[in-house]
Write a protein that binds this ligand. Structure first.
Ligand SMILES: Cc1cc2nc3c(=O)[nH]c(=O)nc-3n(C[C@H](O)[C@H](O)[C@H](O)COP(=O)(O)OP(=O)(O)OC[C@H]3O[C@@H](n4cnc5c(N)ncnc54)[C@H](O)[C@@H]3O)c2cc1C
Length: 395
């Protein structure tokens, strides 16, 4: 337990440390997707991005609550919250964002062997290896346990064949965490969770173009890919438990987008486009009412996130909590971007120009459509909430 005096001391020393160590460029608002540092062997970083990543990575503050022996900062949840607050107050950018931090890391901490933790977690913490997620397949999305990519047991290794789809950044990732079928006679209990290097012979990716004009997605193909048994996480045919646990972290991460900070507030964007009336209020009353309603819902969501965080710390969290957060946060983020598009007026529709940053707003608005699909669709989250929280009869 951290006392309030300890927290105050920690806050003061953290603020001083951040002021001394965070490069000025890393304290500017993020305006472009390249401002996010995903790490990995092929990352192209500016000098300031690299300096910030190395500085934070070396003291474990890219993953503040992970244990020190696995590259983390060893902070308590209270201290990590102080660090996040101080970073926000000084405008410090996150030094690193990654599927390794959000998804694989927590799953390895719970299910990994000591050797797997020591091998993979420090590289995630320092941003040395970038991971992608091989869950979905052409015939296994919402019904994920229908997946068919096959891993045949060959003694000390598996041979994997099959196809994944919608693999975000599959063409940029160094390694993949992947669900494979190891028993064809069973559904949920015939799945295993494996890790492998994307440069292993037989792995190939093919980008898929999106509505936003970008292509972060891939089809990923496995053709006789050799995977060592030491890269099996959890037990053979026990991968569904690992997969579900990882999904709760993915859903919480996507849900948290519901309170994502923007370089400019909705109010500022709307004021720039619609101007102010004689009372100093946003001139468009309809937009003003919509923004006020959104702000209240966002504040309520923030309070709910705080409450869920406290429940989780007290180990009283409901197992379906991540579905609630995912559902509401994803829908809220979509609403935020609908409002931004209304607020920014016709300027927001510019697609390809220097002035609009090559359609930055429009492309982000289109990208948010995926929030209610990725990590399990909103309909699927509602099914979980209906069944597990409201205890309604299942279909
Ligand atoms: C931006 C984005 C990033 C993604 N990144 C990855 C990734 O990195 N790795 C990965 O493996 N996958 C990824 N995915 C894939 C994602 O997990 C799937 O798209 C998702 O699980 C839905 O599966 P599906 O696309 O096959 O749709 P389907 O399951 O075919 O669903 C189609 C429609 O039917 C509805 N539906 C299906 N079942 C039910 C039901 N039981 N009750 C009510 N409605 C239902 C769905 O809600 C949806 O509207 C990503 C998707 C997006 C959009």
């Amino acid at each position: 337990m951290t006392s309030s005096t300890d927290t105050a001391d920690f806050r003061a020393s953290t603020r001083a440390w951040l002021e001394a160590n965070c490069p000025a460029e890393m304290r500017q608002p993020m305006t472009h997707e390249d401002d996010s540092v995903w790490g990995g062997c092929n990352a192209e970083l500016s000098a300031a991005q690299k300096q910030w990543l190395d500085t934070m990575g070396s003291c474990g503050w890219t993953v503040p609550t992970w244990p020190k022996e696995y590259g983390g900062g060893g902070l308590s949840h209270a201290e990590a919250k102080v660090l996040a607050q101080e970073m926000a107050a000084l405008g410090c950018r996150p030094p690193l964002v990654s599927f390794g931090i959000w998804m694989l890391g927590p799953a390895l901490l719970k299910f990994g062997t000591e050797a797997q933790k020591l091998e993979h977690l420090p590289k995630i913490a320092r941003g040395e290896i970038r991971w992608c997620q091989g869950y979905s397949e052409p015939n296994a999305g919402s019904d994920l346990a229908s997946l068919a990519s096959r891993a045949e047991d060959r003694g000390d290794h598996f041979i994997v064949n099959g196809q994944k789809i919608w693999t975000s950044y599959g063409d940029k990732a160094d390694w993949i965490f992947c669900l494979v079928r190891t028993d064809t006679a069973k559904k949920h209990t015939g799945i295993s969770f494996v890790l492998f290097d994307m440069t292993t012979p037989g792995v190939s990716t093919k980008p898929i173009q999106l509505i936003s004009g970008k292509s972060p997605f891939c089809e990923t193909f496995f053709d006789n890919v050799r995977v060592e048994k030491s890269n099996l996480v959890g037990s053979l045919n026990g991968g569904w438990d690992v997969a579900k646990y990882l999904l709760t972290h993915e859903r919480e991460m996507i849900g948290a987008m519901g309170e994502a900070a923007l370089p400019q507030s909705l109010q500022q964007i709307a004021t720039a486009a619609a101007g102010l009336d004689e009372h100093g209020r946003l001139a468009d009353p309809q937009l003003r009412a919509q923004i006020a309603e959104f702000d209240m819902d966002e504040a309520a969501f923030h309070a709910t996130l705080e409450r869920f965080g406290e429940l989780a710390k007290a180990r009283q969290a409901h197992p379906a909590m991540s579905s609630m957060l995912k559902y509401y946060g994803a829908e809220l983020n979509k609403r935020r971007w609908e409002l931004i598009m209304s607020a920014a007026g016709s300027d927001a529709l510019e697609w390809a120009s220097e002035r609009s940053g090559q359609g930055g707003l429009t492309r982000t608005w289109l990208r948010t459509k995926g929030n209610s699909i990725e990590g399990g669709t909103s309909e699927v989250q509602l099914n979980v909430i209906a069944k597990r929280i409201l205890e309604l009869p299942g279909a």
